[in-house]
Design a protein around this ligand. Structure first.
Ligand SMILES: C[S@@+](CC[C@H](N)C(=O)[O-])C[C@H]1O[C@@H](n2cnc3c(N)ncnc32)[C@H](O)[C@@H]1O
Length: 281
């Protein structure tokens, strides 16, 4: 066979398809050093389309929202301090697109008298911020210590399930703790408790930028926690509980088939950090 014939017998080389998308260093990251606001902003930008109805049911001082541009969402703030318990919300079933939950996460904030609550004296601002400085009424046979923390989260989660639409986003802030000298991994306890109703789609770690002071340290048995979590859940469709996202028909029926992204000028942090006062840099 001549060289020319041999060459023409070779299969024609197919051009490799170039992959879609451009390389970027500004991807949203799973762990951050700083405060909550930039992480919360990235979570909303990634998971909650513009125009969604978002209920923040433990609003506190609204600190989560300081990095979110105004006007992107229909925000419904509520808190026990406003007379609305996150376990009994004034919303109709399936009417909320996204729900934010950040209740007191430490067992030290659940005490029957304020004198024994965590964060007394010079730490009262902390206590005010995290629990409204209210003691917890003692109810016979009610869960205590860390189980009281979980009880509030669990009940708030069941209420979130009621008010969220199918495939709605449930954003939960929590921190693990050592209670009665036992390691309690709150984030895992929550993921397990809600697994039937919510798919845990993502997890973010927020690490405190400053070093915590440990009072009266003798022998250290557990690492001092200096990180907390944002968990991002998707409410399952009870008819098709294995689905993790709506089908095209379901999206149409829910009116979410044309999600609006954030405007380009609302930049992602790409792992940007903030100082303890929440200033982004
Ligand atoms: C950790 S703070 C929330 C901080 C808030 N995410 C912010 O950005 O400012 C906890 C809040 O949960 C509220 N809280 C405690 N128990 C509650 C309940 N049963 N229902 C609704 N809010 C509750 C407290 O009043 C407090 O404002």
């Amino acid at each position: 066979m001549s060289e020319a014939t041999e060459a023409s017998a070779q299969p024609a080389k197919t051009r490799r398809k170039s992959p879609d998308g451009a390389s970027s260093t500004s991807a949203v990251l799973s762990s951050y050093v700083g405060n909550n606001a930039p992480v919360f902003r990235d979570i909303l930008k990634m998971f909650v389309p513009v125009g969604s109805t978002v209920a923040d049911v433990t609003w506190g001082k609204g600190a989560f929202w300081t990095g979110v541009p105004d006007g992107l969402y229909e925000v419904k703030p509520s808190d026990l301090q406003m007379g609305i318990d996150c376990r009994d919300l004034p919303y109709e079933d399936g009417t909320i697109d996204a729900l934010v939950l950040d209740p007191p996460y430490m067992e030290g904030l659940f005490r029957k008298d304020t004198g024994h609550m965590a964060g007394s004296g010079t730490h009262s601002a902390f206590r005010e911020r995290y629990s409204n400085s209210q003691a917890t009424a003692e109810v016979k046979d009610a869960p205590k210590w860390h189980d009281a923390v979980l009880d509030l989260y669990f009940k708030a989660g069941w209420e979130a399930k009621r008010v969220l639409r199918n495939y709605g986003i449930f954003i939960v802030k929590c921190q693990d703790e050592v209670s009665a000298n036992r390691q309690r991994l709150t984030h895992i306890e929550l993921i397990n408790e809600w697994a039937e109703d919510f798919y845990c789609k993502d997890l973010f770690v927020v690490t405190r930028p400053n070093k915590p002071v440990v009072a009266r340290m003798l022998k250290q048995e557990h690492a001092r926690k200096n990180h907390s979590y944002f968990l991002v859940f998707v409410k399952r469709n009870p008819e098709f509980p294995k689905r993790i996202r709506p089908t095209a028909n379901e999206a149409r029926a829910l009116g979410i088939d044309n999600p609006q992204p954030w405007p380009d000028d609302a930049l992602l942090s790409g792992g940007v950090v903030a100082d303890a006062m929440g200033t982004l840099f």
